[in-house]
Design a protein around this ligand. Structure first.
Ligand SMILES: Nc1ncnc2c1ncn2[C@@H]1O[C@H](COP(=O)(O)OP(=O)(O)OP(=O)(O)O)[C@@H](O)[C@H]1O
Length: 314
């Protein structure tokens, strides 16, 4: 379990995180979302004792990170995965880490297999692709078999196969009863991976919600229906709380009733449907809407003034 109690971090004039409180529970993947510069990495560093909060307290598994006797067994973390420029092999890198923490060679080989690096375990890490580097970072995080796992943007730069792999790995870790906190700036990815979401913007809490709740709210009740008998169906669906619009021939956009209901009406009247789709595609839009006021660097056109220059590299 992770607890943030009124965490605040200031860098001089700049407030990176402000009065941030949340709890991350075991047994589920929790997505930590926010636009660039929202304060995700700063918060994670405070959770891991790498940055001291200006005020407030971070507690992991009941204690602050520094008070854990064997932190690698309590919390495994991967922060902004950078290529590790080393001439060491992946296995030797993990062996060195294991040796300083009293972790067995057997466990090193276990995590190598777990992250799928077996074939390249003896290759120099310096020559690793971004994806292989991410896998190695995750292997390091899992080395101590920790109850809590904190990963900063683990899917960054991965190909679809790598993204799917991380998604399943995180779900598996949560299913084993671990606490899993994973940051991202992609709502659509988190919707597929996480059960719970903590959304921040400009260092402040914007939402603490289940993914199901967020998705339901984002999706609204818009349903797209395609049929050759659009006009007939439109008349059948008409009602005081129902709106039906159409922007292309044969396609209706319906709000006010569920897709199940539309399907039933069509079936009863013998109307064949070519498509019946509850609109979920607006997730990323809903996230942007939620965090719109909290985006640090907006394009000048969007903001109407000469906004800030470059963001830090993500
Ligand atoms: N060491 C530092 N010194 C000064 N300002 C910092 C420092 N670290 C972070 N900041 C500022 O704090 C704010 C939050 O940064 P942080 O890296 O935590 O955001 P983030 O949500 O992880 O963003 P990203 O997705 O871009 O990595 C930003 O405005 C950043 O410029």
């Amino acid at each position: 379990m992770i607890e943030a109690h009124s965490l605040t971090k200031r860098y001089g004039e700049r407030t990176a995180v402000e009065d941030l409180s949340f709890t991350v529970r075991p047994g589920a993947v929790t997505g930590f979302l926010g636009p660039n510069g929202a304060g995700k990495s700063t918060t994670m560093r405070m959770l891991l004792g790498l940055d001291a909060p200006t005020s407030g307290r971070a507690v992991v598994n009941g204690k602050s990170y520094a008070d854990h006797r064997a932190p690698l067994h309590e919390v495994g973390a991967m922060l902004e995965a950078r290529a590790i420029h080393t001439g060491r092999s992946a296995r030797n890198h993990l062996l060195a880490l294991a040796a300083t923490h009293g972790i067995s060679v057997r466990r090193v080989d276990e995590v190598i297999d777990l992250v799928g690096l077996h074939a390249v375990a003896k290759k120099r890490v310096g020559g690793f692709s971004l994806g292989m580097g991410q896998r190695l970072g995750i292997a390091s995080a899992l080395l101590g078999d920790p109850a809590t796992v904190i990963l900063d943007e683990p899917v960054n730069g991965l190909d679809p196969e790598g993204i799917l792999w991380i998604r399943n790995l995180l779900k598996g870790l949560a299913a084993e009863g671990r606490t899993v906190l994973v940051s991202s700036h992609l709502m659509s990815e988190m919707a597929l991976t996480a059960e719970h979401l903590i959304v921040i913007g400009r260092g402040r809490l914007i939402a603490d919600t289940s993914v199901a709740e967020f998705t339901a709210r984002a999706a609204g009740d818009l349903v797209r229906v395609r049929t050759n008998e659009a006009e007939k169906l439109r008349e059948l669906l008409a009602g005081p709380d129902v709106t039906v619009s159409s922007q292309e021939p044969g396609v209706l956009l319906v709000t006010g009733i569920t897709s199940e209901w539309i399907g039933r009406v069509a079936a009863e009247e013998g109307i064949a449907l070519a498509e019946l789709t509850p609109q979920q595609a607006s997730l990323e839009e809903a996230f942007m809407e939620l965090t719109r006021d909290a985006v640090e660097y907006q394009a000048p056109a969007a903001q109407g003034v000469g906004a800030g220059t470059e963001g830090r590299a993500a």
